[in-house]
Write a protein that binds this ligand. Structure first.
Ligand code: 13P
Ligand code: SF4
Length: 305
């Protein structure tokens, strides 16, 4: 019933449903397109649909609105935030920037429009290394708001970065002890990790990349077992695409289930139907802010393959 109602309304409203890999399985199953942050912004920029229903977190839906101001952008739950974006307030970020006036400012897409508007370039976990490598060698670089991603990018690119001290509550909860136990239990498993994880865990991993890159690596790899160090929502597509392979999620510290993103999981099928029925909640934005935030996103889209 719920699925049928969403399907009918999606057609009636000329809407596209975009979903991130961390959404609950039922939302992934009904989505028109599932992707990582970069792919979702590209899809939003290209769609002919009049309405974008963004099943993800607020900064993702906001990015879609920045790219497509003429479209109606809906998010099933307006409270679906992100600690990285929430812990980098625009006024404090401005002070931080002012302390480093000669720096080129690169911000991870997990930040608010007001922080994007103060940045020279936006990156995602999929293109951060590639973009940083292209920056002029004589300019120092500020990197915000994820210091774990930043440290990994610094190592990969050989460029020294000055970090905003942010981190993701979900990726910070992965336990090294739990990972080591899983590696002992599955000695042939390949460890796939998201770069938002802490350095000690990344050092124990075989492959590091964005959600889409982890999925692609699992398909390309000859391994039959995988330990996956990111939000377990991604395991749904892994299992659907590779039923013959085995995927194991890593629990949080003390075996808690805090490896599931509490913000992503606020979206439900019921709320998805409700937003198509009521056409709320919508993402709206001041035009001056939008046009300032657009420039570094356009720079990213031009510079990444
Ligand atoms: P991806 O761009 O890899 O999908 O990551 C988004 C995110 O929020 C990870 O926590
Ligand atoms: Fe933000 Fe972390 Fe959730 Fe990704 S997993 S949306 S970085 S809180």
């Amino acid at each position: 019933m719920l699925i049928e109602a969403i399907d009918n309304l999606r057609r009636k409203r000329n809407a596209i449903i975009l979903a991130h890999y961390y959404q609950e399985e039922a939302i992934q199953d009904i989505a028109d397109f599932i992707g990582d942050s970069l792919e979702l912004s590209r899809k939003a920029a290209q769609t002919n649909a009049e309405v974008i229903v963004f099943c993800g977190v607020h900064f993702m839906a906001e990015t879609a609105k920045i790219l497509c101001p003429e479209k109606t952008v809906l998010i099933p739950d307006l409270d679906a935030g992100c600690t990285l974006a929430d812990d980098c307030p625009a006024d404090e970020f401005e002070n931080f920037r002012n302390k480093h006036p000669d720096h080129f400012v690169v911000s991870y897409i997990n930040c608010t429009a007001a922080v994007k508007a103060q940045s020279d370039l936006i990156c995602t976990s999929s293109n951060a290394v590639e973009l940083i490598r292209q920056l002029p060698k004589d300019r120092p670089i500020l990197f915000a708001p994820d210091q774990n991603l930043g440290k990994w990018v610094q190592k990969q690119s050989g460029r020294e970065l000055t970090f905003w001290p942010g981190s993701c509550i979900v990726h910070e909860t992965f336990s090294e002890e739990a990972l080591l136990k899983l590696k002992l239990k599955y000695p042939h498993a390949e460890v796939l990790a998201h770069p938002e994880c802490q350095t000690n865990l990344l050092e124990l991993s075989d492959f590091i990349g964005s959600t889409s890159k982890l999925l692609k690596q699992a398909e390309l790899s000859n391994a039959k077992e995988f330990i996956v160090l990111t939000e377990p929502g991604i395991l749904h597509q892994m299992r659907l695409k590779m039923p013959e392979k085995m995927f194991v999620e890593v629990p949080g510290i003390d075996g808690c289930s805090c490896n599931a993103c509490p913000y992503m999981r606020l979206n439900t099928l019921e709320k998805l139907l409700n937003c198509l029925q009521t056409m709320t909640p919508q993402i709206n934005m001041d035009e001056t802010l939008r046009s300032k935030a657009l420039k570094p996103i356009e720079n990213m889209l031009k510079m990444s393959r």
